[in-house]
Ligand binder design. Structure first.
Ligand code: PPS
Ligand code: ADP
Length: 207
């Protein structure tokens, strides 16, 4: 894997059309909504529901889904800790570009390690990184098991599976937490509504 900061003699190029001009055009503020949680916790479901809701309001978003990125940009990476770290770093950099483009970038990755998420947060002004924790119990995720991966992990056929034999470090100070109420999971539109309310309140849905 390439080491970081290997380039020398490079200079930052500015353009006359910058983030403010793009945000004005779109009438919204670019930011990153970073959804973290166990496999099966509902990250992709929330990302898609949120993107649909924003679209219906005339707001431009783009979803960066961990599974999808691993089909292309991150296809050279596996699930060893250092590969996950690089996966999150690259996604953070791409998300930063989308936010700079003026979009509401929705990143949905397990992103199990706190320090990796903090590195992505530090790439942006703090208020522009909105960390959403899918706080669903492992038992629920495992019961859902839509891809049958927990079953394989329990059988020892997948090694280093998050929540089984690889750690998940919950956020300590996320902006939004999605959790069950009275043992019931909010519906996808309800989860998306929670994020939209936050974005509205913080002024991201207008410029
Ligand atoms: N060992 C192991 N641990 C966790 N997940 C695994 C593993 N192997 C494959 N998968 C599948 O990969 C999806 C997670 O990819 P991510 O890029 O989000 O993972 S990470 O953020 O780098 O940890 C994850 O997708 P989601 O279920 O949507 O979370 C799994 O389908
Ligand atoms: N709010 C919800 N209520 C009920 N089922 C859900 C909810 N969110 C997700 N699911 C279901 O749980 C499973 C895992 O969701 P998914 O979005 O793929 O999770 P992740 O991306 O975190 O792996 C899917 O079968 C999905 O339909």
């Amino acid at each position: 894997m390439a080491t970081l900061s290997n380039s020398t003699n490079i200079f930052w190029q500015e353009c006359q059309i910058g983030k403010p001009e793009r945000q004005k055009l779109l009438n919204q503020k670019g930011c990153v909504v970073w959804i973290t949680g166990l496999s099966g916790s509902g990250k992709s479901t929330l990302a898609c529901s949120l993107s649909r809701e924003l679209h219906s309001r005339g707001k431009l978003s783009y979803v960066l889904d961990g599974d999808n990125l691993r089909h292309g940009l991150n296809k050279d990476l596996g699930f060893k800790p250092e590969d996950r770290t690089e996966n999150i770093r690259r996604t953070g950099e791409v998300a930063k570009l989308f936010a700079d483009a003026g979009l509401i970038c929705v990143a949905s990755l397990i992103s199990p390690y706190r320090k990796d998420r903090e590195i992505c947060r530090a790439m942006l002004p703090d208020e522009n990184f909105i960390e959403v924790f899918m706080n669903m119990p492992l038992e629920l995720c495992e019961a859902r098991d839509p891809k049958g991966l927990y079953k394989l992990a329990r059988a020892g056929k997948i090694k280093g599976f998050t929540g089984i034999d690889d750690p998940y470090e919950p956020p300590l100070n996320c902006e939004i937490e999605i959790k069950q109420e009275g043992g019931v999971c909010p519906t996808p539109p309800m989860m998306a509504g929670q994020i939209v309310s936050y974005l509205e309140e913080k002024g991201f849905l207008q410029y």
